[in-house]
Design a protein. Structure first.
Length: 157
């Protein structure tokens, strides 16, 4: 289980939710997943993003998979993973930061999320905190992560 922040290229004239609904309605559970096919421009976005995160936040590890370009950040704030596929992306944070321990990793996650939005033009939404990442309150997101992590630790460990 992870805390997830999702990014999409919002369709013209649609909201984030409407775009997500349209994507989900076209999803075929029985079909084989299609490998990622990033354009040259999307690859350039990824390269700029990796360089920027490395410069402004710290060391990262990256890998290319058939379905995404993946970045891991393991630093003093904690661990997160960013998966990028050109027209969509996601950030995953494990539920291992209870209470106030969640603030440093969520601060870092929102910094990365905002960089992704700036570099790619994707829109980001944090469904767990119910807010857009561009304007969202990091303290609200950290409280949500910290509360869920505390619950996981107390009830599932």
């Amino acid at each position: 289980m992870t805390y997830d922040i999702q990014f999409l290229r919002v369709l013209p004239g649609r909201t984030f939710d409407e775009t997500l609904e349209e994507i989900n309605s076209a999803y075929d559970l029985d079909a084989d997943p299609k490998p990622m096919s990033v354009t040259g421009d999307q690859r350039a976005v990824w390269d700029r993003l990796v360089r920027r995160i490395s410069r402004e936040i710290g060391e990262v590890t990256t890998e290319e998979y058939p379905y995404s370009l993946t970045l891991w950040r393991d630093g003093p704030a904690g661990h997160l993973q960013l998966d990028y596929a050109g027209d969509s992306a996601g950030i995953e944070i494990p539920y291992r930061y209870p209470g106030r321990e969640a603030l440093p990793i969520m601060t870092e996650a929102y910094r990365i999320a905002r960089m992704l939005v700036e570099e790619s033009g994707l829109e980001g939404y944090d469904f767990e905190a119910g807010q857009c990442v561009r304007t969202g309150d990091i303290d609200v997101a950290a409280a949500r992560l910290g509360g869920m992590a505390r619950w996981v630790r107390e009830n599932l460990s």
